[in-house]
Structure formats: structure tokens, C-alpha cells
Design a protein around this ligand. Structure first.
Ligand SMILES: C[S@@+](CC[C@H](N)C(=O)[O-])C[C@H]1O[C@@H](n2cnc3c(N)ncnc32)[C@H](O)[C@@H]1O
Length: 366
């Protein structure tokens, strides 16, 4: 028996340590980690696996209380889940959560994930570490079956978003961007690192869903085997130049003095067909899930990089227009969308000079 509190998340009851995190990157209070704010992150896994809609063998490699594992086993039909954690104290929570929900398709496992993924393969492999996933990526890739989904969280936001540039270079072998696009760049650096590690094994990837939320980055990619898939994936890596004097962003496949940021993923973030099948009904944070599904389904995701309203107002030294007015005017000339990354951010196919002209026009429209 474990001592803890029972909470309800989605359609699942979970026993978790009485003292646990409720936001931010979280910390361990009571032997085993649990962060209530990550309910949304777990909601996304449930929605996505339901949308895939086929039988799947799942490895929740860093399961802690087994919250994600038991939610998947309980809420996604056709799953067979291994809830794994290296921490012996986690196993009692997993067992209790399996019992509490009466699920027979979830097995607790206490191993270093490197051992588990060295001997078994899966259709879905989930990495949810404290900080960077980099030390675990090779093992996760080894544990992927043909066509598997690899899901990776990174909570080391400061290096990826450029606050600790040196650390990002060391961990991800990539130079991060600072400024208004730093979170899109952080997400794309994480995806680029996954792409490059896959390529080492003659594998490629197709993004399903990649996002920034709260204090973390998360990417779900479908793994494709073969040298051709690896080459196709590597061809989508980019280097970026950003001119703070003009706000001009430019992208190149070649690293040079100007295009010094990266390498990072330059392709799509979303598979719209799968996102269109994701349903927020019954999720723990249904309202947020609906809002994010709507944002992900409309965001221009092949156009690095996002802009921010404040970026243009401080650059042009004029006050910001109403967001809706700006978007309406931008869209009369070229496709422009919101971005899930920031409520004041936007994406556009228009040139920076066109955006500046329209921005001035919008700020004069009161
Ligand atoms: C952030 S917590 C996971 C939270 C969990 N996924 C959830 O949604 O509540 C990270 C977990 O990874 C586990 N861990 C760290 N290194 C590991 C390894 N090499 N193999 C397996 N588990 C590991 C830790 O014990 C910890 O429980």
C-alpha cells in the first residue's frame, strides 16, 4: 500500500504522493514524482493514441506513478502498456493505480529504460525525463518498431530557448536563437536532434505533433526505417539567420557566418489528418485541449519563424494594433495565422517589409 491522495485525471483515478508539484518543471517531494500541471501533456498522449486508433504496444519509459501508463491503458482501447521506471518507490504507485482502475493491460516494470529498450520493441515509446531527453534518445530509438511513434519531452527550456547557449551547443550540438522566436527555435532544435539521432540508425521521421507549452517542449514523430527516410529527414534540417535591425529571418541548408543558428528542424510540426481526429471530450483539461487542437489545426507550420506583435511595435516605435485587426489586414494579402507558442505571436507567408507596412496601417486603424 502507498500513502497518497486519489485524484481524478481524465477518466482515470490516480493515487499520487500527497505532496506533489502543481506547476513549473516540478520537483520530487515524496520519493516519487508527480506534477498536476502535466495533466494536459498526458491528455495529449491519450487523444493522439486514440486518434491513431490501432492496437499498440506502449512503453512509458519514465512512468513515475504510472499516471500516463494507466491513463493510456484505461482510456485508449487496444493498448498493451509497460509502465517502467528505474525508481523502486514508483512501482508501488503503479501497482496501486493499476488496481484502482482495474486495468489488465498495464504491466509495472522496474528497469533502467536502456535495459528495457535493449530487449523489447514497441509501437509507442515515451520519454518524459527531468530536463533533457538527449541521454536516452539512442535507447528510445532502439526500442521503436517499424512505423512506431516516438514521443519526447524536454524540460530544459533555458538551453533550448537560448538562455544558456553553451549548454544547448553541448547537449544538442545546435546554436539556439534568442528573442521573440526562441521557443519555436527551441522546439525545432529538439526535433532536429531527434532527426539527427534517427539518421545515425538509418531511420527518418514524420512529425505528428510538436508543441511548446508551460515549461516544456514536446514532439511526437512517426519513425520511418531506411536510408532513404533518413536522407529525406536530414534534408529538412536548416540553419537560420536573424537580423535584429530589420527583423528579417532567413533560412539556409548550409551553415555559414550569417546562418549561424541551428541546425534545427525546418519541416512541418503537425500531421493535420491525425490532429483532426483528436477529440478533447472527457480529457482532464478539456477546455485547454479544445483550444490547442484549434490552434494546432490552423497554424502555418512550414514557415519558420513566428513573429510577435511587440517585436514590430518596438522596432517601428509605434503602439501595437489590435491583434484581430492586424490578422485581418495581413490575411487580405497573404496567409497569416496565430501560433500556439504565444498569444501575441503570428506566422505569415508575407515578407517582413509587407508585414511592417500592414502593421503601420493596422495601428492607424482604431
Ligand atoms: C519527470 S518524471 C516522469 C513523470 C511521469 N511521466 C508522469 O507523467 O507523471 C521522470 C522519471 O524518470 C525516471 N528515470 C530517470 N532515469 C531513468 C532511467 N534511466 N530509466 C528509467 N526511468 C528513469 C525517474 O525515476 C522519474 O520517475
Amino acid at each position: 500500500m502507498v500513502e497518497g491522495v486519489v485524484i481524478r485525471e481524465g477518466q482515470t483515478d490516480l493515487i499520487v504522493p500527497a505532496q506533489h508539484s502543481s506547476g513549473g518543471p516540478g520537483k520530487i517531494y515524496d520519493d516519487v514524482f508527480f506534477n498536476e500541471q502535466m495533466a494536459f501533456n498526458r491528455d495529449v498522449s491519450v487523444m493522439l493514441l486514440r486518434a491513431i486508433g490501432r492496437e499498440m504496444k506502449v512503453a512509458d519509459c519514465m512512468a513515475a506513478t504510472g499516471s500516463r501508463s494507466v491513463r493510456i491503458a484505461n482510456e485508449v482501447p487496444g493498448t498493451d502498456v509497460v509502465a517502467n521506471d528505474i525508481n523502486p518507490a514508483a512501482i508501488a504507485y503503479m501497482e496501486e493505480n493499476i488496481r484502482l482502475n482495474g486495468v489488465s493491460n498495464c504491466r509495472p516494470n522496474r528497469e533502467n529504460l536502456q535495459v528495457l529498450l535493449g530487449k523489447e520493441t514497441f509501437d509507442y515509446v515515451d520519454l518524459d525525463p527531468f530536463g533533457s531527453p538527449i541521454p536516452f534518445l539512442h535507447s528510445a530509438i532502439q526500442g521503436c518498431r517499424r512505423g512506431a511513434i516516438l514521443a519526447v519531452t524536454a524540460t530544459d527550456t533555458a538551453p533550448l530557448a537560448g538562455a544558456h547557449s553553451g549548454k544547448c551547443v553541448r547537449r544538442y550540438c545546435a546554436t539556439p536563437l534568442r528573442g521573440y522566436s526562441c521557443h519555436e527555435s527551441g522546439l525545432r532544435i529538439l526535433m532536429g536532434a531527434v532527426a539527427r539521432d534517427l539518421a545515425k540508425f538509418d531511420m527518418g521521421m514524420e512529425p505528428i505533433l510538436s508543441f511548446y507549452a508551460d515549461h516544456y517542449f514536446r514532439t511526437y514523430v512517426r519513425v520511418r526505417k531506411g536510408a532513404g527516410a533518413a536522407d529525406k529527414t536530414l534534408a529538412q534540417l536548416i540553419h537560420v539567420a536573424l537580423d535584429p535591425n530589420t527583423l528579417q529571418r532567413s533560412v539556409s541548408q548550409v551553415h555559414d557566418a550569417e546562418h549561424k543558428y541551428g541546425p534545427m528542424w525546418g519541416g512541418k510540426l503537425f500531421d493535420r489528418e491525425i490532429i483532426s481526429k483528436m477529440d478533447a471530450t472527457g480529457m482532464a483539461d478539456e477546455k485547454r485541449c479544445r483550444k490547442m487542437l484549434e490552434l494546432w489545426s490552423q497554424e502555418l507550420d512550414e514557415v519558420p519563424f513566428m513573429y510577435d506583435v511587440s517585436e514590430f511595435s518596438s522596432h517601428l516605435k509605434i503602439s501595437s494594433p489590435k491583434y484581430e485587426t492586424l490578422m485581418e489586414l495581413l490575411n487580405t494579402e497573404g496567409l497569416s495565422t496565430r501560433t500556439h507558442i504565444s498569444p501575441t505571436g503570428f506566422k505569415s507567408v508575407l515578407s517582413v517589409d509587407d508585414i511592417k507596412r500592414i502593421f503601420i496601417q493596422a495601428s492607424e486603424t482604431r
